[in-house]
Design a protein around this ligand. Structure first.
Ligand SMILES: [Zn+2]
Length: 109
């Protein structure tokens, strides 16, 4: 099996999705800070948890699927390699017998 770097457009789109998710997260925080106090202590935990969920959902929704640059097949989680912390994230296309290195790594912690 060959190993090749994924096209730069995939990295660009994924980073853009990440930034947009960050903006969604900031929007929620801004709404929170401008809403009238006082908040009960559990309210803060709820909002922080909510912010995190918003971020994950926004990212999942906006992140592009990985398409094999060779044959155009969409590669999903089942075709993914690299789930442990710090591991490089790769997608394997069985049709082309190529392992595409996204250049991303699984975040630590
Ligand atoms: Zn392919």
């Amino acid at each position: 099996m060959q190993r090749r770097p994924a096209p730069a457009s995939f990295r660009r789109k994924t980073l853009l999705a990440f930034e947009l998710s960050g903006l969604a997260l900031m929007a929620v925080c801004v709404v929170f800070f401008f809403s009238p106090p006082p908040w009960p202590i559990w309210g803060y935990g709820l909002v922080l948890g909510g912010c995190f969920v918003v971020f994950l959902l926004a990212f999942r929704w906006s992140a592009p699927p990985f398409k094999c640059p060779g044959c155009g097949r969409v590669l999903r989680r089942a075709n993914r390699k690299g789930f442990d912390e710090g591991e490089p994230i790769r997608f394997v296309c069985k049709g082309c017998d190529i392992e595409w290195d996204t250049g991303f790594h699984v975040p630590d912690g």
